[in-house]
Design a protein around this ligand. Structure first.
Ligand code: PLP
Length: 416
């Protein structure tokens, strides 16, 4: 059993200046939209400033001091990512602009080269659109078949159906490690083993996993893992695709341009080695450097402690919201089976109205389909309201959410 220790939340909150501000209605902000994007601590903001103030230059191509420093800072973060996800080699870490770009890189770089008509790609009904649409695009251009592991009513995946769906024609399995819409934690290692037994390649969308619990890409049994910096305290516009070296070496680049070539003549070009092969053009150097500070921050806290805190807050939120008249909570019943996400609806009140009234109480949640329309279709609702937590959220903030929901009920003459 891993030992965890309670987070010092007031100390953590002091690192996030934005949490001290009031919102338009003059009330203090209660930020519960972390599944969409997290906030940034002063350490990350300072690192961005320091980079642009003291080191800024383009990387990999300069002989002058600033370029050497920028390159070292940028490449240093590759090693930080490697350690954070327990990857075998830093060269297997590709910087992208986010999870969406990472999944598209696999679909176009690996999929277009190694998939052909009749091959099957298996995904699930609870995927974010960014793990559905690229595969549909590939299906339409290559004639592959796309199959979906269905969701059970409690928001978990139907593993019996998965065992039937993953078969000898499955060439690729791409699943989320945690649903952004419902919080359901997916048994990725188990699915991965099923796919591996068929010789399929396994892609994991870890956009909601990497920020909230320890991530060990080797333990997952995956071939590719994608996630975004902005959901884990880092800058926007930075993401990671980790891939096993032999697959990265075999696949094609997705974008052509500067930095990704070995040689260019008027007739043809040859590719640079991994990872440069996949990082065409000037990357988000400052963003990557800032992401390094975010990884340092999370590592200092300890990802087991992050998970323990969120489990505690989520368990409290599930119990507290269940007491609010008219609330229906979607997703797994037990906090242990979900990340820090609670999706719900308030009887007879549209989630957008709920979101707007909550904002007048300073409570920031998300209302909508959460880029997971198939989940909404399965639940037979147009949208849900979603509260999502991170290291700086407190029980008091959950109480503020619950009491704002009670006020919403009173305002709309809803359940009481
Ligand atoms: N996958 C999941 C599970 C997500 O929650 C998100 C963002 O909400 C994404 C993919 C897409 O991430 P990004 O917009 O950073 O590319």
């Amino acid at each position: 059993m891993v030992q965890t220790h309670a987070l010092d939340i007031s100390k953590i909150r002091r690192d996030f200046p934005i949490l001290k501000r009031d919102v338009a209605s003059g009330v203090p902000l209660v930020y519960l939209d972390n599944a969409a994007t997290s906030q940034r601590p002063v350490q990350v903001i300072a690192e961005l400033t320091r980079f642009y103030r003291d080191h800024n230059a383009n990387i990999h191509r300069g002989v002058h001091t600033l370029s050497v420093e920028s390159t070292e800072l940028y490449e240093g973060v590759r090693e930080k990512v490697r350690a954070f996800i327990n990857a075998p080699e830093a060269r297997e870490v590709i910087f992208t602009s986010g999870t969406t770009a990472s999944i598209n890189l696999v679909a176009h770089g690996w999929g277009r080269k190694f998939l052909s008509a009749g091959d099957e790609v298996v995904i699930s009904e609870i995927e974010h659109h960014s793990n559905i649409v690229p595969w549909q695009m590939l299906r339409d251009s290559l004639g592959i078949e796309l199959k979906y592991i269905p969701m059970l009513p409690d928001g978990t995946l139907d593993m019996d159906a998965a065992r039937e769906l993953i078969g000898p024609r499955t060439k690729l399995l791409s699943v989320t490690a945690m649903s952004n819409a419902l919080g359901s934690i997916v048994p990725v290692a188990e699915l991965s083993a099923l796919a591996k037994a068929q010789g399929a390649v396994v892609v994991v969308d870890a956009a909601q996993h990497a920020p909230h619990m320890p991530l060990d890409v080797q333990a997952l049994g995956a071939d590719f893992v994608a996630f975004s910096s902005h959901k884990m305290l880092g800058p926007t516009g930075v993401g990671v695709l980790w891939g096993r070296m032999e697959l990265l070496e075999a696949m094609d680049p997705f974008m052509g341009g500067g930095d990704m070539i070995l040689s260019v003549t008027m007739e043809q070009s040859t590719w640079a080695d991994v990872p440069s092969k996949f990082e065409a053009g000037t990357p988000n150097i400052g963003g990557v450097v800032g992401f390094g500070a975010a990884l340092d921050y999370l590592s200092a806290i300890g990802m087991h402690n992050v998970r323990a805190h969120e489990l505690e807050i989520t368990d409290y939120a599930l119990r507290r919201l269940a007491d609010v008249p008219g609330v229906t909570i979607f997703g797994p019943e037990r906090a242990e089976d979900r990340g820090g996400v609670v999706s719900f609806e308030l009887e007879r009140i549209h989630p957008h109205d709920v979101g707007q009234v909550l904002d007048s109480y300073g409570v920031a949640i998300r209302a909508g389909h959460h880029c997971a329309q198939p989940v909404m279709a399965a639940l037979k609702v147009p949208a849900t309201a979603r509260a999502s937590f991170y290291i700086y959220n407190t029980r008091d903030e959950v109480d503020a959410l619950a009491s704002a929901l009670e006020s919403t009920n009173r305002m709309f003459g809803g359940a009481s």
